[in-house]
Design a protein around this ligand. Structure first.
Ligand code: MG
Length: 314
């Protein structure tokens, strides 16, 4: 997409993305493209008398903390996509192989009514803009690797989800471990492993999202190696599998269903433990608790269950 862009035009997109994050926007709009043009080539704004346009871009570049974290991918809005398409047409009209900042300004002017109104009010005409685009100095088109880098900056990551479920019977004299944390209770899960339904459901959700089968395939209960094993080991192993496929954990949401005990007070420790095993921040792990309203095996306190959903980004 950016192969034909000059270095300056590429920097405009970079600054536009920055402006969007400072602006707290989840897409790069035409206004942000204008801000990027202003930042990269203010002399173009001045030569076209746009200093009078009263577009307060400076506030976006004044520094401070971005309102949308820079780690979040910010896609182009539909309006900006249209502006970029029109920028290519502007370059074609001028018989230029490279798409320059002037072409981007032309694209925004034609694609976005609001920007056009503001720019016109400042005295910009389409004719003046086309003249500027036609008269722009030709510039060598940068290398493919730089284009790839920019595509990476703007890449909208693909995401994939997986669901996990686990249930264990509860028996007397067993430790109740959930999310790797021991919760004081008179009963605990009966199972080959430590019966940590929460970790097992999360593990299955992650494996499912990665298309890697299920927990039984990777940690068979016939293997003595896993007898009584901490379920956090399963998660650590799963994390390595994901790392090997360059899959990043975007978010985990899970619910534990049990009649007793109350789990809320233990959630911070569980989120910490799960996040640590998975190498992510606890903010990426959400936990919820439900009772079964006294019905069925869970309601009678004979079993505990958990559902989880995991989202991975490629
Ligand atoms: Mg299990």
């Amino acid at each position: 997409m950016f192969e034909r862009y000059t270095e300056e035009a590429r920097r405009v997109i970079f600054f536009a993305r920055f402006a969007a994050s400072m602006d707290g926007a989840y897409s790069i709009g035409p206004f942000h493209l204008l801000a990027g043009i202003y930042k990269e080539k203010s002399e173009l704004f001045n030569s076209l008398l746009l200093a009078k346009a009263n577009l307060d871009f400076e506030k976006l570049f004044r520094g401070g903390k971005p309102r949308v974290p820079t780690s979040v991918e910010i896609p182009l809005s539909k309006g900006s996509e249209k502006a970029l398409r029109l920028a290519v047409q502007s370059a074609d009209r001028a018989r230029s192989r490279s798409v320059a900042v002037e072409d981007l300004l032309c694209g925004v002017f034609q694609a976005d009514a609001r920007s056009r109104k503001q720019l016109k009010r400042a005295g910009l005409t389409e004719a003046a803009l086309k003249r500027a685009a036609a008269a722009k100095p030709s510039e060598p088109v940068p290398t493919e690797s730089a284009a790839e880098h920019l595509a990476h900056v703007l890449r909208v990551h693909s995401s994939q989800c997986g669901v996990g479920y686990d249930l264990h019977r509860l028996g007397e004299g067993r430790k109740l471990i959930l999310g790797g944390v021991e919760v004081p209770f008179e009963k605990g899960p009966v199972g080959h492993s430590n019966g940590d339904v929460l970790s097992h459901a999360v593990c299955d959700a992650l494996l499912g999202a990665a298309g890697l089968g299920d927990i039984g395939t990777h940690f068979p209960d016939t293997d003595p190696k896993w007898k009584g094993a901490s379920s956090l080991l399963f998660l650590e192993h799963t994390r390595k599998l994901l790392d090997g496929r360059s899959l990043r954990i975007a978010h985990i949401d899970a619910v534990v269903i049990t009649e007793k005990p109350r789990l809320g007070p233990h959630f911070p420790a569980m989120r910490e433990a799960l996040a640590k095993a998975l190498g992510i921040s606890p903010e990426r792990v959400n936990l919820k608790a439900k009772t079964n309203e006294g019905v069925d095996a869970i309601g009678r306190g004979e079993a505990i269950a958990s559902h989880a959903i995991a989202t991975l980004e490629a």
